[in-house]
Design a protein around this ligand. Structure first.
Ligand code: PLP
Length: 386
């Protein structure tokens, strides 16, 4: 599953003392994003805004931008960064706890849609828009209860508005003509497969249409159906069925409606590899360990997801401690038992000096990690494009 390009770069980095490293295959990212786009080509299929928080690195954004309709940002920091990297991109701005300063920034940087999280936020946005003499287009973010069992992450908590709270927005909107209601936004869960995502889309559309009817909203309507398309860390080859999703969601759309999604993880996760090498191999309390250079301060993903991160061993043929045909636990250099990449994984052979390349490290990896803990060197970053 590792590409020749990434493997060659890994070995070159090892030879040059450049490990650990994040190695990104931009060609693979381009191909994957183009495939996703192609699967969403039918009439009524949703527009795609990439959720920058999954991985906002400039080369990543520049590579995928031609294959998406826009970018979703979730803070003033992301907004400023993405606007600088992609000056012409269509932007949507979501996320809880937006400050006045961030709302002003949204107007200044020509955000196309603000996803409003509460009546109070809408009120402040209305005042800021009024004060600056500008107009702003909004989607109201709803937090539908529903049954989200089995999802990787249910967005329970202060995300968007309960259906009864959202009614408080209608009065604010009616006295704020410079705030234009375009429709409804909902991002309810992460880790859903295509049939579950389609069912959730139907739920959002049914609720959103009824609510917009009730408020007397006429004209074109938009529904942002969120992100959260599943990826399978246990089986990187098992990919979200974009084709089925695209066709089934397109079939739900009605004339005059624009649907939109904002996936992050399922777009960028496959393009990145965290590559490192084995510093030590030993047995402790009956369990074999391979101690790797670096650790979860560079890639917190396996800790936060509580999973075994998928990897391949690239043998280096060095002499030194090794273990064969035993389950091995891969750990990093941190002085904490939580610094684990993968537990008790059956392994043919792993030896000091071997390279280990962790797949699926292109999203929620480096940028969610606590880099400064223990003050080890920062990784090298390589963005390969061929
Ligand atoms: C994080 C987030 C996304 C992206 O979620 P993925 O699981 O990366 O697809 C989309 N929309 C909102 C509002 C989010 O918070």
């Amino acid at each position: 599953m590792i590409t020749r390009l990434v493997e060659d770069e890994a070995r070159a980095l090892a030879a040059g003392g450049g490990l650990p490293a994040f190695v990104y295959d931009l060609g693979a990212l381009r191909d994957h994003t183009a495939d996703v786009r192609a699967a969403l080509a039918s009439a009524g299929a949703p527009e795609i805004f990439y959720a920058a928080k999954a991985n906002p690195d400039a080369p990543i954004l520049r590579t995928l931008a031609p294959h998406v309709d826009g970018i979703e940002v979730a803070s003033g920091g992301e907004l400023a960064h993405v606007r600088e990297v992609l000056p012409d991109a269509r932007l949507a701005f979501g996320g809880p706890g937006k400050t006045d300063r961030e709302l002003r920034q949204a107007l200044d940087l020509d955000v196309e849609r603000v996803h409003v999280e509460s009546p109070y936020e809408l009120q402040r946005l209305a005042e800021i828009a009024h004060g600056s003499g500008r107009e702003v287009d909004v989607l109201l973010r709803v937090n539908l209860a529903g049954d989200r069992r089995g999802v990787a992450l249910a967005m329970s908590g202060p995300f968007g508005m309960d259906p009864d709270l959202i009614d408080a927005c209608t009065g604010i909107l009616s006295s704020a003509p410079q705030v234009r209601l375009r429709g409804v936004h909902a991002h309810l869960a992460s880790g859903l497969d295509a049939p579950a995502m389609v069912a959730q889309a139907a739920e959002i559309l049914a609720w959103g249409r009824a609510w917009l009817d009730r408020t007397g909203h006429d004209g074109p309507r938009e529904f942002n159906l969120g992100g959260g398309m599943a990826v399978d860390y246990g089986d990187p080859a098992n990919r979200f069925d974009w084709k089925r999703y695209g066709e089934d969601v397109a079939a739900l759309a009605r004339p005059g409606e624009t649907l939109r999604i904002e996936p992050g993880r399922a777009v960028s996760v496959y393009a990145g590899w965290y590559v490192t090498d084995v510093l030590d191999v030993k047995k402790a309390h009956g369990q074999w360990y391979a101690v790797l250079r670096g650790g979860t301060m560079h890639i917190r993903t396996p800790v936060t997801k509580q999973h075994d991160h998928p990897f391949v061993v690239l043998p280096a043929g060095a002499a030194g401690p090794a273990v064969a045909d035993e389950p091995v636990t891969l750990v990093g250099q941190l002085c904490t038992p939580k610094d684990v990449f993968a537990r008790e994984i059956p392994t043919n052979r792993i030896a000091v000096g071997d390279l280990v390349a962790f797949a699926m490290s292109g999203a929620y990896a480096w940028n969610i990690s606590h880099h400064d803990f223990l003050m080890h060197p920062k990784p090298t970053f390589r963005y390969l494009d061929e």
